[in-house]
Design a protein around this ligand. Structure first.
Ligand code: GTP
Ligand code: SPV
Ligand code: MN
Length: 616
């Protein structure tokens, strides 16, 4: 072994030493150490150029990791099929390794950092043998921007490199920004599938052992064994939410699992809105909303993550730290999300969707009727009589934000945009009304803290089961969740003192009738709820009180225009005292599960809600 390893190690170290001139010595040293330990065949520093991307894509086509799609139907686009055991985030294998357990909180898997480092050290030893180690410098946010942060991901997956190239500002420009005083996040990733000399590779290398480990204090992420999405594209959930939520605690800003959009009303007034919905609950769709009410325009700034910080005037400003969309394919179609369909016409990497006989992609919901024959996401023949979906429910597209037709001019403004409204929402078959407005910032924080949703395919677990997903951050909070709530209270209080915090609302597009069908048509019709929220901000709508805050008064939303009947409308706002009491009891148990750190302000809001329920 040692004899084989020796020359490889030397070549790896030599290449690491030949890092770009602009590379900070700390990065070079870190890469060198990692290369000596993980023993890749070679080390490649990525510059983010088009030729580099083309080379990586060619290599992946050669190894079968991706399949080129028909160049007339879908120019510049590819299909990747993952290992069937590597299809979503693995929350049970995601760890927060803060020094103190109380800083991770009861809803994160905590492992003492020293123990996790030892485990990872063992796993990473020789893990990249037979592979190339890519060094991927990246910026989260516009390069040079005030809220922008930097990181370096080291990975042995070309699929991850190409994904990082789409999802972040990746390459030489980002690297040049990391100087001796720049804080940068270390992201180490391996698929955990070393190759022996002469051993043939597989299309999607990964391991049955998986560790997605975060060290909030030292701003590090170490990911082993998966190449899928948030497990491996470490700029995204690992850095921009888990590590960023820890940085935000130290610096007084908020990392949020939120889309960002700009909306212009018929009178020309512009609003910026951030919305938190749990995974696979409609962020991408809402960010690309095509209003059905004439005179309203919605533009897209981001579809998954927002960083929110006090601006120079004290009001809250937000940026989308990402540069692309890693969006859910199933359910995306011309009738639901035409903007996404336009965005996906070229230069897309699809993962785990089905392949048509003419070299294009297909997934459930893209057309009403499936083609008569497909190759499904596992590579098997598929016909409409098959009793399994052709595309995996968590199949996704990776595409540059810049090619979205509704992308807003200010989506990459380094200063960010001033926020007017914040929305929380989840999938709730019962209880939660279509739309309501928080009575205060504290009430809004309570709405976020007690947010619940039925599970989706975006992570392992039983689809449909109700779980609390505070701030849509349950799987993404790198700190104790109640500390996250405390920070929200503090940041809001400061913004209010400085001239105004955004108004907070709650929505639910997913309430069902007795027949089990959605009561609300959703998608483009969601503008009715959004317009009401912004009318409230402008003082053009009054609303009426309810246990959930202000809800639309009669006549304030023209639901008939959305083809919703009076009975459906009533059901969308139906209040069942017994069910709401049970809901409040559940919320109380949920808050208790976070112990003494739960802010009094949040508990007080539950008491207010209970009183309102008792009075029904
Ligand atoms: P992540 O990328 O996992 O964070 O998901 P997301 O929150 O961006 O969710 P996305 O917009 O991709 O939507 C997920 C699923 O919900 C898709 O199948 C959509 O078609 C569906 N969906 C989105 N908006 C609506 C809506 O207003 N009504 C209904 N019924 N379904 C919706
Ligand atoms: C989510 O699950 O919320 C996603 C997909 O946006 S992933 O990047 O895999 O986390
Ligand atoms: Mn998401």
């Amino acid at each position: 072994m040692a004899i084989i390893d020796q020359p490889l190690r030397e070549s790896a170290a030599t290449r690491a030493a030949s890092a770009p001139e602009s590379a900070d010595p700390r990065i070079v040293a870190w890469v060198e150490r990692l290369a000596l330990h993980a023993t890749p065949d070679e080390v490649v520093w990525c510059d983010g150029s088009q030729p580099e991307r083309a080379r990586l894509i060619r290599d992946m086509v050669d190894t079968g990791t991706i399949v080129p799609l028909d160049s007339e139907r879908r120019p510049g686009s590819y299909l990747a099929r993952s290992n069937p055991d590597d299809v979503a985030r693995v929350e049970s294998r995601t760890f927060i390794c803060s020094e103190k357990e109380e800083d991770a909180g009861p809803t994160n898997n905590w492992v003492p950092p020293a123990a996790m480092r030892e485990t990872l050290h063992g796993l990473f030893r020789g893990a990249m043998r037979g592979r190339t180690m890519y060094v991927v410098p990246f910026a989260m946010g516009p390069v040079g921007g005030a809220l922008t942060r930097y990181g370096v991901e080291v990975t042995d997956s070309p699929y991850v490199v190409v994904s990082m190239g789409t999802m972040t500002r990746m390459g030489a420009e980002a690297l040049a920004q990391i100087g001796p005083d720049t804080e940068w996040v270390k992201c180490a990733h391996t698929v955990g599938a070393p190759l022996s000399p002469g051993e043939a590779d597989v299309a999607w290398p990964c391991s049955t052992t998986k560790y997605i480990s975060h060290f909030p204090e030292s701003r590090e992420v170490w990911s082993y064994g998966s190449a899928y999405g948030g497990n491996a594209i470490l700029a995204k959930k690992a850095f921009a939410l888990r590590i960023a939520s820890a940085i935000g605690q130290d610096e007084g800003w908020l990392a949020a699992h939120m889309l960002l959009l700009k909306v212009t009303n018929p009178r020309g007034r512009v609003f910026h809105v951030a919305a938190a919905f749990p995974s696979a609950c409609g962020k991408t769709n809402f960010a690309m909303l095509q209003p059905t009410i004439p005179g309203w325009t919605v533009e897209t700034l981001g579809d998954d993550i927002a960083w929110i910080a006090p601006g120079p005037d004290g009001r809250l400003r937000a940026i989308n730290p990402e540069a692309g969309f890693f969006g859910v394919a199933p359910g995306t179609g011309r009738s639901t999300n035409p903007v996404a369909m336009d965005t996906l016409e070229h230069d897309v990497v699809f993962t785990n969707v089905a392949l048509t006989d003419d070299g294009d992609v297909w997934w459930e919901g893209v057309t009403d009727e499936p083609p008569t024959h497909l190759i499904d996401w596992t590579g098997q023949d598929w016909t409409p009589d098959a009793d399994r979906p052709a595309a995996h429910p968590n199949s996704r597209f990776t595409v540059s934000a810049a090619q979205c037709p509704t992308i807003s001019d200010d989506w990459d403004d380094p200063a960010g945009v001033t926020l007017d409204a914040i929305i929380f929402g989840g999938r709730r078959a019962t209880n939660v009304p279509l739309v309501s407005e928080a009575r205060s910032w504290e009430h809004g924080v309570f709405m976020g803290a007690t947010l619940a949703s039925e599970r989706t395919a975006a992570a392992e677990g039983t689809v449909g089961e109700l779980r609390r997903d505070p701030f849509a951050m349950l799987p993404f909070c790198g700190v104790h969740m109640a500390d996250h709530w405390r920070l929200w209270l503090e940041v809001g209080a400061k913004a209010e003192a400085a001239g105004g915090a955004p108004a907070i609302f709650q929505v639910n597009w997913f309430r069902k009738g007795a027949d089990g069908k959605f009561l609300w048509p959703g998608f483009g019709e969601n503008i009715h709820a959004l317009a009401w929220m912004l009318d409230r901000i402008e003082g053009r709508a009054e609303g009426v009180d309810s246990p959930f805050g202000r809800v639309p008064a009669a006549g304030e939303i023209d639901y008939a225009a959305a083809d919703v009947s009076d009975a459906q409308w009533a059901a969308l706002f139906g209040l069942d005292q017994a069910a709401l009491t049970a809901e409040a009891d559940d919320a109380a148990r949920f808050l208790d599960s976070y112990g003494a750190k739960v802010p009094d302000e949040v508990r007080e809001q539950l008491a207010v809600m209970r009183e309102a329920i008792d009075e029904l």
